[in-house]
Design a protein around this ligand. Structure first.
Ligand code: BTN
Length: 327
């Protein structure tokens, strides 16, 4: 906690300096205690410049997720929200679901440096090495009707596009219903899981895997050129701690807007801004069947609108889309 407060003072002063005395006075602790905490931060990957006349300045931050730094970087600290950063877990979605089931007050979030059983849609494995990528799950208890959930992941998807667009120069896109893509390559995936009880969503977990800093040659051969990381797009490492702090702010706000029904008006316009499928010829695999057609966009709850060759248009709530060659 004290370390978070020290980091906050140093970050607020950036690129300037802040004296040990000023930090000590602000925190109500001794200068020796400040020095002691800074030694501990050094051991965690931080470095400080020190000048007798001016004080301290942050000169290096850890490249991996650091709880105190994320906390210090949060613009708005929301009462009642907490998060954990685990070194390793089977799946952050599973861990969040277990904690919800055990009664942990929501909202909260679970992050991990690495997952041993990271999951994607349809039970597929999600490559989850400790390589500077983000594995995150946000837990909520929304108590809303299950039929309202259809738009949730899509609404979160536009939120994530808005977030990542602040970190890379390339324009992000969203491939219905849950892929964050750049020029056809996948940079992130979302997995929303809910527990329904007495006709209400009782537990809700929003999982996001984002390829942040994995090196271009670091993918297993089957992912190869289909995946891309934000650092590859940016041409330099992306500050995963700053990204995470911004993610927390945006996800909590987007959730609140969703819970209040405030997403309804802006949803379709925002979706159209990032939709990469509109106008494309696709095959949709749904319930063991395949439907071919041209994507017209989404309706106001997020169903995929597909116009078949016979000219009929239908909305689909779920399924997996493959873009036709040349489509
Ligand atoms: C997909 O594209 O199919 C969704 C991928 C979701 C991956 C994330 S990583 C964090 C969270 N924990 C998991 O096990 N899965 C999600």
């Amino acid at each position: 906690m004290t370390e978070t407060l020290i980091l906050r003072e140093l970050l607020a002063a950036e690129p300037g300096w802040v004296s040990g005395g000023a930090i000590a006075a602000k925190l109500g602790v001794s200068r020796v205690s400040v020095w002691h905490h800074m030694e501990r931060l050094r051991a965690q990957g931080f470095a400080f410049e020190a000048l007798p006349a001016r004080g301290y300045r942050l000169s290096r931050r850890p490249r991996m997720l650091h709880a105190g730094l994320v906390e210090a970087l949060l613009r708005v600290r929301r009462k009642g929200f907490a998060f954990d950063i685990l070194d390793e877990v089977d799946s952050t979605n599973d861990e969040a679901a277990r904690q919800l089931a055990a009664g942990r007050p929501a909202p909260f979030a679970v992050f991990a440096h690495r997952q041993t059983r990271g999951r994607g849609r349809f039970g597929r494995a999600w490559h989850s090495e400790a390589n500077g990528n983000l594995y995150s799950s946000f837990a909520f208890r929304p108590r809303i009707a299950p039929e309202r959930m259809q738009t949730f992941t899509l609404w979160m998807g536009v939120t994530i596009c808005e977030l990542v667009s602040k970190f890379v120069p390339a324009p992000p896109g969203i491939k219905w219903p849950n892929d964050i893509v750049f020029d056809g390559r996948k940079a992130g995936g979302m997995l929303t899981e809910a527990r329904v009880d007495a006709d209400e969503i009782r537990d809700l977990v929003f999982g996001l895997g984002l390829n942040v800093n994995s090196p271009p040659n670091g993918w297993p051969p089957d992912l190869g050129r289909r995946a891309v990381s934000l650092s590859e797009l940016a041409g330099s490492p992306v500050d995963v701690n700053r990204l995470t702090a911004a993610l927390i702010g945006r996800v909590l706000l987007a959730y609140e807007r969703f819970a209040e029904g405030e997403h309804v008006d802006p949803f379709v316009d925002l979706w159209n801004r990032y939709d990469v499928l509109r106008g494309r010829d696709v095959t949709l695999a749904v319930g063991g069947r395949r439907r071919r057609g041209r994507v017209l966009g989404v309706d106001d709850v997020g169903s995929l609108l597909l116009r078949a060759e016979n000219g009929q248009t239908r909305g689909y709530r779920a399924g997996e889309v493959t873009v036709e060659k040349g489509g």
